[in-house]
Design a protein around this ligand. Structure first.
Ligand SMILES: [Zn+2]
Length: 275
């Protein structure tokens, strides 16, 4: 049994028989003003509500890169579990600032990590997309000498990975940022490809050679929501402007007509569309 949900931004939740796996959870959804001009802290009331409804224990929390919208909430989540935390040196620095020493399994890239008998993860080295005016925001490593709380700009992206996770016989690949290194994807294929939409036009081959390389059966576009706004209980998810979603979809349909495209809805199970 696998249940799969998009939890907003680049967050994906897998509920498996062995426990819950999160990639890049970001539930706080802080407002733009706070992110740009103030020091930032996780919204623990929102995270507590999420934890109250957790169907089983965490098996792992995996972080593809350490921008605020991928990593801010992870130390708080980690304090409620002894699960395996996978990420970069920058994530480890962030955890150290929180007093959580030796909690992160620091990945260098390409190692195969077994989470259980039937679940494994490979962190494929990648690079960040040019999402803001053709530039990569907040590059470099999180400064280990910084003090909390930091401003949003302190959450530098660190090493960037594409987590590839195999659960039973299904392989998922998670592109939390619209970029990749062609040579690093050599030999890696998947069934389901989560594709970050923002910045997709800035990476040549994002909708063609990437799909050619990893051969997904299903593409799930995501990270297109306006994560500076909370998720409405009813009605439409707010989306980021200027994404050209229809252009994104028609490019994929043009280059890979056999690939099924599944548009996720935040917090709705998508397993019926995936399996
Ligand atoms: Zn990022």
């Amino acid at each position: 049994m696998i249940k799969v949900r998009w939890t907003g931004a680049a967050g994906i939740e897998f509920v498996t028989d062995q426990g819950v796996i999160l990639i890049d959870p970001y539930l706080s959804r802080l407002g733009k003003f706070q992110v740009l001009f103030q020091k930032v802290v996780a919204d623990t009331s929102v995270i507590d509500r999420y934890l109250d409804n957790l169907p089983s224990k965490f098996l792992s929390v995996i972080v593809g890169h350490t921008h605020l919208d991928h990593a801010l909430d992870v130390p708080y989540l980690a304090q409620h579990s002894d699960c395996k935390i996978l990420g970069s040196k920058s994530l480890d620095s962030l955890f150290n600032m929180h007093g959580l020493k030796d909690r992160v399994s620091v990945c260098n890239g390409n190692e195969l990590l077994e989470l259980s008998d039937n679940i494994s993860v490979t962190m494929i080295p990648s690079v960040h997309g040019k999402v803001i005016l053709g530039r990569v925001p907040f590059p470099g490593e999180i400064d280990p000498n910084e003090k909390l709380p930091m401003k949003g700009c302190g959450y530098c992206h660190g090493d960037v990975f594409i987590p590839k996770i195999k659960i039973d016989d299904t392989i998922f690949m998670h592109l939390g940022s619209a970029n990749f290194i062609e040579s690093q994807l050599d030999g890696h294929t998947c069934d389901v490809l989560f594709m970050c939409v923002p910045g997709w036009k800035r990476k040549t081959g994002y909708t063609s050679s990437l799909i050619d390389l990893v051969q997904p059966k299903i593409v799930v576009p995501f990270h297109f929501d306006d994560f500076s706004r909370s998720i409405p209980k009813t009605g439409k998810t707010p989306i980021l402007p200027f994404q050209d979603m229809s252009g994104f979809v028609s490019e994929i349909k043009k280059y890979a007509p056999k690939v099924k495209i599944v548009f996720p809805k935040i917090n709705s199970g998508m397993e019926n569309d995936l399996f």
